[in-house]
Design a protein around this ligand. Structure first.
Ligand code: GLN
Length: 551
């Protein structure tokens, strides 16, 4: 039987120190030494999942292949580890409390008083151990959202304390990520907030085993010594996490301080096999030394918070890097776009990506964008809502249905080219009720998308409620907007391609969720290349270049 080891990552002093990236980096380093690793995020808020959260509250909602709407950190885990996560990898207080309350209503607690300890903490521990009990992983990394000292994270911290004790020596490890502020007028890096935060953790019964210190300046030997002394850790267990412009530098910066080695030693695991970072390093090198540069406009309504489109940004970076292209994103706020100013927004832009989204706001600007890209033959990539608006635009301006709409915009539309399906009509509950996760799609042979993927059957992740209305399918096809990807079970259109255009593709699914550093997504790769002008789109055979891409 596999004995899974558990690593807990807590945060201190401040939020937004990059716990997700440090966890993902550690996971990547351990995986590259041959260990089977997964990473889980525990979020101390009461939403059941972030699916109902406005992106401005919490950034992008990342969707797993099994259809869980999760925290954006799971995107980092997948991209860094080049492996999928599932619904078990993200747990919220909403899920924990709901489960306990449901159990209580069923009488499962046999008349006992239901309390935070032991009922909530037992449920938290169960959720952490689920991944270990799957017998797949050597190491489970659990990132605890929030900062030590927050009221809402107390049950999580208590659960970590109990679990670490239950697991015994060498089986559990606590990494505490803190901030070392730099006081510019004295030129000093300060350790006091970290000391307090470690002490606060200690008051709750947890001794941090390793400190990862986020810092603006490199930390000296003396600072390490001081932190070790005051925080009860070995000196080599004080690891600096220096501010970097590029997150992909972080794994290597941690590795040169022996971070992965001290973690493994503490867990009594072998360090004999060194990490194989060849692919990673070559990615970073290429990323830093591009030969070309393209400007891609990203049109959306949450553009002032770039985290709202995290996976799209990353997918563009992966695709650009693969082709030695620096992708410069021009953020375009869809609500500002009008007929008389549109040119200004897309001047100097070589490709236009219309992002996913919900609701009415900014929709007309997106429709104008699709028209502009279609008429001016600018490479266009519409994702989810981006595909839907391209369909609406085509119906209005090519097929002459001036009032074409989506049921999302107008439930009583006389030309609902995008509609609500019957099975969605009576759904009143918002959370978790969209078409979510992996769905199969069959690509039409002889199309551009088919040659890009190099295969017929694909699986991609979804997150939407509305669908193309097949009543209009023939009409669209007759005028050159071809349905090139179809769900074989439902007949729903998953992808549209416009004929006689350099690249005009709309996909109902979200390819961005599947792009990783070592496996850039073929659609993004192609889009970036077309935008860079190095594809003769009529004759391009993608199959060979892309045969590595898995389903
Ligand atoms: N709002 C649209 C729908 O629900 C598109 C969703 C999206 O872009 N993710 O179908």
């Amino acid at each position: 039987m596999r004995r899974t080891k558990y690593i807990f990552v807590t945060g201190g002093v401040s939020s937004s120190l990059g716990k997700g990236i440090v966890s993902a980096s550690l996971g990547m380093l351990l995986k590259s030494r041959g260990y089977k690793v997964t990473i889980q995020k525990l979020d101390p808020y009461f939403n059941i999942d972030p699916g109902t959260l406005n992106p401005y509250e919490h950034g992008e909602c990342f969707v797993t292949k099994d259809g869980a709407e999760t925290d954006l950190d799971l995107g980092h885990y997948e991209r860094f580890l080049n492996q999928s996560t599932t619904k078990e990898n993200n747990v919220t207080s909403g899920m924990i409390y709901k489960k306990v309350i449901d159990n209580e209503r069923k009488g499962n607690y046999l008349g006992k008083t239901v309390q935070v300890i032991p009922h909530i903490t037992n449920e938290i521990k169960r959720r952490i151990k689920i991944l270990g009990e799957s017998e797949i992983y050597d190491i489970v990394i659990t990132e605890i959202g929030g900062t030590v000292g927050d009221i809402e994270s107390l049950p999580y911290i208590e659960s970590v304390r109990q679990l670490k004790w239950e697991l015994g020596e060498f089986n559990g490890l606590v990494i505490h990520l803190t901030l070392l502020p730099y006081i510019s007028f004295t030129g000093e890096v300060k350790t006091k907030p970290t000391q307090h935060s470690v002490r606060s953790l200690m008051e709750k019964g947890i001794k941090a085993d390793i400190l990862v210190c986020r810092t603006e300046k490199h930390i000296s030997h003396n600072i390490r010594k001081k932190l070790a002394l005051f925080c009860n850790v070995k000196q080599e267990h004080v690891i600096e996490s220096i501010n970097t412009k590029i997150i992909y530098d972080i794994p290597c910066l941690l590795h040169i301080q022996n971070f992965d080695k001290v973690v493994l030693k503490h867990l009594n695991l072998s360090t004999v096999i060194p990490p194989n970072l060849k692919k990673w390093k070559s990615f970073v090198k290429k990323y830093k030394n591009p030969k070309y540069k393209v400007v891609i406009a990203l049109v959306g309504k949450y553009v002032s918070l770039h985290d709202s489109y995290k996976s799209i940004i990353e997918a563009l970076i992966h695709a650009g890097t693969k082709n030695e292209i620096n992708v410069n994103i021009k953020w375009v706020y869809s609500e500002m776009i009008q007929d008389n100013n549109i040119q200004k927004y897309f001047e100097g832009v070589s490709g236009i990506l219309v992002a996913p989204g919900f609701g009415n706001r900014g929709i007309e600007g997106k429709i104008l964008t699709a028209k502009y890209a279609r008429e001016n033959k600018i490479p266009f990539f519409g994702i989810c809502l981006g595909m839907q608006i391209a369909v609406i635009e085509f119906a209005r301006n090519v097929l002459g249905m001036k009032k074409a709409e989506s049921h999302e915009i107008n439930p009583h539309s006389s030309y609902p080219v995008i509609r609500l399906m019957k099975n969605q009509k009576n759904i009143r509950q918002k959370g978790g009720t969209m078409r979510l996760g992996n769905w199969k799609c069959v690509l039409k042979e002889g199309t551009k998308i088919f040659s890009i993927y190099g295969k017929k059957e694909i699986w991609e992740r979804h997150r939407h409620r509305y669908e193309f209305n097949n009543d209009y399918l023939e009409n669209f096809s007759n005028f050159g907007m071809k349905a090139v990807g179809i769900n074989p079970d439902t007949g729903l259109v998953e992808a549209f391609e416009l004929e006689n255009h350099v690249f005009f593709l709309g996909v109902q699914y979200h390819p961005e969720y599947k792009s990783t550093i070592t496996k850039p997504h073929p659609l993004f790769t192609y889009f970036v290349q077309v935008a860079n002008g190095n594809i003769d789109s009529q004759s391009y055979d993608y199959k060979e270049k892309n045969s590595m891409y898995g389903g």
